[in-house]
Design a protein around this ligand. Structure first.
Ligand code: NAP
Length: 312
């Protein structure tokens, strides 16, 4: 069964091949532009950003796997073959890595990590105590899905009080659940550190704007690990400079790599990370895809299926 890969460049193909060989030797892994592969032979693909029209030109394709949790780069294709199942990357390792990153980000905001890094750069020995302990900073997670739930559990483990906001009500031990647009304001009013783990959809685009930030308590902080399009960057800058927000950690941006001209690079209240919150290993991704293909081949349901009606 031929599986094409377009994720991380052609140089990563030998590593993908080795990982898939260990996971399921029936899978014949080839580079996306391998000239020896005839389009009709391709059954599965693992892709991050396929060129428009390329997927539609594979007549016997059975499933498209996104090499990441987001699928926005795939659905951007105007010729996207909408009848095909589209699976978002998943697996325990991805959730674990995201939970670790979000917990690190919240603890860093709590302890003033940005200021400590700047002081070290300037060889400045300046002691200061954190104003709060974790138990006194309420974290609110926008999006209580696979990754939001994993982050919530780890945050609870280090004593942060945690709530989540999602479309549907959730029952997660120790996590207060807010659901739908009608409960967003109450969720924001009890949130000191806002974490965005929403998918990119028309409803969530530009959600974190001036009006939303104004509903957070004064001194609140933001962690954006969802997508750059969730945040209105000018509104965040105004809230930071006006003193309503105390800090932010941004991992995702509308334009990546973040342009040199972005004020976030040098802003004293902002930590920038280069879209690295959760990059699962090739091995964990290959195991997830191989298990999903095996399920599909025996007629079992696919995991993490993109639902066009919901938009994620
Ligand atoms: P998921 O399992 O699909 O969860 C999405 C959550 O968002 C669900 O709880 C969903 O509510 C909620 N949601 C969606 N639309 C909403 C709306 N309009 N109003 C309220 N809640 C809404 O997705 P996931 O696997 O956790 O991944 C989340 C996102 O993380 C991805 O889409 C991707 O953009 C981002 N991500 C970033 C990185 C990184 O390195 N920075 C890595 C991986 C993923 P329901 O539960 O009610 O459906």
């Amino acid at each position: 069964m031929i599986l094409l890969v377009k994720s991380g460049g052609e140089e990563t193909v030998p590593r993908w091949r080795a990982e898939f060989l260990a996971a399921d030797p029936r899978l014949d892994v080839r580079w996306w532009d391998d000239p020896s592969v005839r389009p009709g032979e391709v059954r599965y693909v693992v892709v991050w950003d396929p060129e428009p029209g390329r997927l539609a030109a594979l007549p016997n394709l059975r499933v498209v796997f996104s090499s990441a949790a987001g699928v926005d780069n795939i659905l951007r294709d105007p010729d996207w073959p909408a009848h095909l199942p589209l699976v978002r990357m998943g697996g325990e390792e991805q959730a674990q890595r995201m939970a670790e990153f979000v917990t690190w980000a919240c603890l860093g905001l709590l302890r003033g990590a940005r200021l400590m890094a700047a002081n070290q750069e300037a060889s400045r020995w300046k002691q200061f105590a954190a104003r709060h302990t974790a138990g006194e900073r309420r974290v609110g997670i926008l999006g209580l899905g696979n990754l939001g739930r994993a982050a919530a559990a780890m945050l609870r483990g280090v004593s942060f009080p945690v709530a989540g906001w999602s479309r549907s009500r959730k029952v997660v031990e120790g996590v207060e659940s807010f659901a739908g647009a009608g409960e967003l304001d109450a969720f924001l009013a009890r949130t000191d550190i806002l974490v965005c783990l929403l998918p990119a959809t028309p409803e969530t685009a530009g959600l974190i704007d001036a009006a939303l930030l104004a509903k957070l308590p004064r001194g609140a902080q933001l962690v954006n690990v969802g997508r750059g399009g969730h945040l209105v960057e000018a509104d965040l800058l105004a809230a930071l400079d006006g003193g309503h927000l105390a800090g932010a950690l941004l991992d995702v941006f509308p334009e990546e790599p973040l342009p040199d001209s972005s004020p976030f690079w040098w802003h004293p209240k902002v930590t920038v990370t280069p879209h690295v919150a959760s990059l699962p290993s090739l091995g964990s991704r290959a195991r997830f895809v191989a298990a999903a293909i095996a399920a599909h081949e025996r007629g079992a349901p696919l995991p993490n299926l993109y639902d066009p009606a919901r938009g994620y």
